[in-house]
Design a protein around this ligand. Structure first.
Ligand SMILES: Nc1ncnc2c1ncn2[C@@H]1O[C@H](COP(=O)(O)OP(=O)(O)OP(=O)(O)O)[C@@H](O)[C@H]1O
Length: 251
């Protein structure tokens, strides 16, 4: 397969503090990756390192064949990184529609197509960003990244703090984006059993390094690894959240 993103022996952190310690990871074009790990293991730092927002010390970061380690963050977006930060980062004083049109870059994902993915946003296209619920803001943040037509979508805990019904709606959208549209994505998520049925690959971080990586399906089936690295010991709880839930008609 064709390589999309390669991190090789990356060391990075914040100021003097080193968080990622010789971290290596690879993602091919069209692949999606669930990025897992307990609190404070470096998941957000990894996303921010790819986006260019940390103190980068050494190693290689290559996107679509190009070394981007020294490239400024805004230029990385132009080179194909669509980033949805944990705090969402939408424009609160613009309408939903303006949030999309202000950043859209010509490509397959137009604002109309994003509205088709998120009907809730279409209904609220004239509302200001600050008039949206938390879940709607998260949908808008994802939609905004889509209309950048990125090569790689980076989602940092998209489900955090959302009501269960919104979680299901967003999971359905993420499933369509990565499975049906084949967009490459890295999704940081605390709830392994929710995200693993959707993604192709998975990586678990511990103390700033990758301690497990492989196929999502293999990890979902490996109760011992889930338990050891993530403390997800509730094996029976996998039942209602397993693959079958996401294989049917998303509507
Ligand atoms: N701005 C910062 N300055 C200094 N250290 C930081 C900064 N942000 C995070 N850290 C430290 O880096 C380490 C990794 O944090 P990070 O947020 O990447 O973990 P995480 O796996 O995303 O955790 P969580 O699941 O809690 O969001 C932690 O020890 C944290 O204290």
């Amino acid at each position: 397969m064709t390589e999309l993103l390669v991190l090789d022996n990356v060391v990075s952190g914040y100021g003097e503090a080193i968080v990622l310690n010789r971290l290596s990871l690879r993602l091919d074009q069209g692949q999606s990756l669930a990025l897992l790990g307990r609190n404070g293991t470096g998941k957000t730092t990894l996303i921010e390192t790819i986006a260019g927002l940390t103190t980068f010390r050494s190693g290689t970061i290559r996107l679509a064949g190009r070394d981007i380690a020294a490239v400024r963050p805004e230029r990385r977006a132009a080179l194909g990184l669509g980033w949805v930060p944990q705090e969402r980062g939408i424009f609160k004083s613009l309408t939903v529609e303006e949030n999309l049109t202000a950043v859209a870059i010509a490509g397959a994902w137009t604002p109309d197509r994003a509205f088709a993915m998120f009907p809730r946003l279409k209904e609220r296209r004239g509302n200001l960003g600050n008039q949206l619920s938390g879940g709607e803001q998260q949908m808008l943040a994802v939609a905004r990244s889509l209309v950048l037509n990125p090569k790689l979508l980076l989602l940092d805990e998209p489900l955090e703090g959302l009501a269960p019904i919104i979680v299901d709606e967003l999971l359905g959208a993420i499933r369509r984006i990565v499975r049906e549209e084949g967009m490459a994505a890295i999704v940081v998520e605390q709830k392994a059993r929710k995200i693993l049925p959707l993604t192709d690959k998975a990586a678990i971080l511990d103390r700033g390094a990758v301690v497990w990586d492989g196929d999502s399906e293999a990890l979902l089936a490996d109760a011992a690894a889930l338990d050891r690295h993530l403390g997800v010991a509730d094996r029976g709880a996998g039942k209602p959240l397993d693959k079958a839930q996401f294989e049917g008609d998303p509507s």
